[in-house]
Write a protein of this length. Structure first.
Length: 202
């Protein structure tokens, strides 16, 4: 893919990014667009890589619009943009991108605090104490950097346990706007954050 300034994906369209791909002369896994990337309803960008993989994708654009019903899916992704808008119903998803059960620095296989939650960037939750009101069980040990959490989530306890979370790193030069609809209260909340010439880790 080369010489694309504006990209619009619509009518259920899907673009698949692969580990060996890129745009123009960018490094592998880097997809850069000079102007606007607009993902419309029922359309998506899918980025494929193994769980807990060291190869991150990078998506660059001046303006990135994830409209309602649109999806950006990856297991690890860097988003670099001036402005990012995620409308209500739009999704940037890195779920289940981390370690499998029993794997990762916060898993029970690497911790003496059995049944306690993993603690990426801070102490994890305290596990079940068998009904006792007074619990002396240690909380899950912290691991990683609390100010720059850039490690994959650890897997849960057991072969049927959950997979750890992926990594989403967003760096913006100007504005982040996220619209959230709380269906149970029928309230629309819109938040817009503006930072001048500042890169943020979210």
């Amino acid at each position: 893919m080369a010489n694309v300034r504006n990209l619009t994906i619509r009518n259920g369209g899907v673009i698949h990014f692969t580990l060996s791909g890129s745009t123009a002369f960018e490094p592998r896994r880097t997809y850069a667009f000079n102007e606007t990337v607009r993902i419309m309803a029922r359309s998506s960008i899918m980025m494929h890589n193994p769980r807990a993989n060291s190869n991150f994708y990078t998506l660059k654009a001046r303006v990135l619009l994830v409209e309602g019903g649109a999806l950006v899916s990856a297991r690890s992704i860097n988003i670099l943009a001036e402005n990012l808008t995620v409308d209500d119903g739009g999704v940037i998803n890195v779920s289940n991108g981390g370690f499998l059960p029993y794997k990762g620095r916060g898993s029970v296989a690497t911790s003496t605090a059995k049944r306690c939650g993993a603690g990426h960037g801070g102490a994890g939750g305290r596990g079940d104490c068998g009904g006792f009101q007074t619990c002396r069980l240690r909380r899950g040990s912290p691991y990683g950097n609390v100010y720059f959490p850039m490690e994959y989530g650890s897997g849960g306890d057991g072969p049927n346990a959950g997979v750890g979370g992926g990594i989403l790193n967003i760096k913006l030069l100007d504005t982040l706007q996220v619209t959230i609809v709380m269906f149970d209260k029928r309230i629309r909340i819109q938040r817009s954050f503006r930072k001048s010439n500042l890169k943020d880790l979210i």
